[in-house]
Write a protein that binds this ligand. Structure first.
Ligand code: N7H
Length: 483
């Protein structure tokens, strides 16, 4: 392979949550309106920007965490993380109505009726009342080692902001306790697979596989996630592609953040899986794993099709090292399983697979399920966050063209002939008008067999209750043009 030049990322400029993720056991999301633009700008310049966590700091902290784990120490620094983003309305408050127009999806916004219709999202009337507002201008992300630390620093920050902003809503996300740490509320290990980034992610074998981070982690051109760098080539997954267009030079080192507050109906999900597994005559843990494409431990079905291999789930050199191409009849992992829908790997052409990647940086919210909670009593779920340079080609494409599209992946055939309609992503797929969904091949025909089964899902286990699109500017943009 021809030697490629490694892009030099400006780590001091890019906000820390975008590429690496702020270190967070707890994270406070403060959604606000700008009440007094002139005073807000002065405060941002003089107080906030100097406290924003950049990628260099996030990287140093990550290395410390890694080192202390390697030495068997559980504790790491009590670090405060702070990031800041603006919606289209926020940018207008800061720059005036004749400001440059950014990505069309960003300018439309997550709460626009066209976005809601395109993504099959629930109508605004069904969103959480506390997060509904005529306008949200920005979000402050405050991250740290525990909720009280984060609350304390969040309050100090709010006090400092005073009347320059008006808080619309704030909500705390937190990592689940004990052994469930790192697992989301359905119980599955999350945060395993992320795209690697050229110029940032270290290849495990730099000489032999310079375009692979950990096994199974392709290194992508950073322009997919941050403005100002080459992106993926649309026809060749290794070749440098054009840098995404910027509506203004100050977009350099910035990124779009998609936020979605997704409530999870955990007791209902568990009850459904138990019932359906008994109908199908299979282990409920296997049925749940077939809905996700991984076992709760994180072990991929492609490597552990019938029984969990927990040792593989937690091992980062093994848990992402797989493809779907040699599972052409969905015997190991259904075509519709969450991870197969959202990153189809070699189910599609190599360059196409890398056109729709996102970096995820979400955190769970809400309490643990109480022992007597057979129907959801307490709200819980995922504060889903992802970063990209095109909301339309990345997040929206995955949701619309893959998760919500029962015919994706297309062109798959039954072993005996005939086309397969894989069905909806059982976790995040949404049918129009909140309609019923189905998933093909709930029961595994592995290693052989020809039993046809369909999983009918009359209701969603994941419900969207708030959403917004933000731009996360570079530190320079925050210090100059925007303020
Ligand atoms: Fe998903 N979950 O925690 O159960 N997700 N996700 N997700 N998701 C993944 O591989 C989950 C959501 C992606 O590279 C895993 O890191 C839940 C949305 C992508 O192979 C698990 C919700 C979107 C990947 C979950 C939710 C995505 C991924 C396996 C909602 C974008 C990486 C762990 C409540 C539209 C796939 C891992 C890859 C993985 C869960 C939402 C996308 C367990 C509960 C809205 C790209």
């Amino acid at each position: 392979m021809a030697q490629q030049i490694t892009p030099q990322l400006d780590l001091d400029e890019i906000q820390g949550d975008v590429l690496i993720g702020m270190q967070k056991k707890a994270e406070l999301f403060i959604f606000f309106k700008i009440a007094d633009a002139a005073r807000f700008k002065a405060l941002t310049r003089e107080y906030v920007v100097g406290r924003v966590t950049n990628t260099r700091t996030a990287q140093q902290r990550d290395r410390e965490v890694y080192e202390s784990r390697r030495q068997g120490a559980a504790k790491t620094g009590a670090w405060l993380g702070l990031n800041l983003g603006f919606t289209k309305d926020g940018l207008t408050r800061l720059l005036g109505p004749s400001r440059p127009r950014l990505d069309p999806a960003f300018e439309r916004g997550a709460d626009h009726p066209d976005t809601i219709a395109a993504l099959h999202d629930p109508p605004l009337s069904k969103w959480a009342p506390e997060s509904r507002s005529d306008r949200i201008d920005g979000v402050l992300l405050v991250a740290g080692p525990d909720p009280s630390f984060v609350s304390y620093h969040g309050s100090a920050l709010r006090e400092r902001c005073g009347t320059t902003i008006k808080i619309v809503h704030s909500e705390m996300g937190k990592v689940r306790p004990g052994a469930q740490g790192g697992h989301e509320h359905f119980g599955f290990l999350d945060g395993i697979s992320q795209p690697g980034i050229r110029g940032l992610t270290r290849p495990l074998k730099p000489i032999y596989q310079p375009t692979q981070g950990l096994p199974g982690q392709d290194l992508l051109w950073p322009g997919e996630f941050v403005f100002g760098y080459p992106g993926q080539h649309p026809e060749d997954p290794h070749k440098e592609g054009p840098a995404p267009e910027m509506a203004a030079p100050w977009m350099r080192n910035g990124s779009y953040m998609v936020f979605r507050r997704l409530e999870q109906k955990v007791p209902e999900f568990r009850g459904f899986v138990r019932e359906q597994a008994s109908r199908l005559g299979m282990d409920p843990e296997l049925l749940a794993a077939r809905m996700f494409g991984r076992w709760k431990s994180g072990a991929p079905l492609e490597c552990a099709p019938l029984y969990d291999k927990p040792s593989q789930g937690g091992d980062e050199t093994l848990n992402n090292d797989f493809k779907f191409g040699d599972d052409a009849d969905q015997r190991k992992c259904p075509y519709a399983a969450h991870i197969r829908k959202v990153y189809p790997r070699d189910d599609v052409a190599p360059a196409e697979a890398q056109q729709h990647r996102i970096i995820r940086a979400g955190i769970p919210f809400g309490p643990e399920v109480a022992p007597d909670e057979t129907a959801t009593k307490h709200k819980r779920g995922l504060m889903f966050v992802c970063y990209q340079t095109s909301i339309e080609r990345q997040f929206e494409y995955i949701q619309k063209q893959h998760a919500n599209n029962p015919d994706f992946a297309s062109g798959k055939e039954r072993p005996g002939g005939g086309l397969v309609s894989p069905g909806y992503d059982p976790i995040i797929g949404q049918a129009a008008g909140n309609g019923a969904r189905e998933m093909d091949e709930a029961f595994p025909n592995y290693p052989g067999g020809n039993r046809r089964t369909t999983l009918e899902m009359p209701s969603q286990f994941v419900k969207l209750t708030a959403a917004a699109y933000f731009f996360m500017p570079s530190l320079s943009a925050l210090r100059t043009v925007l303020t």
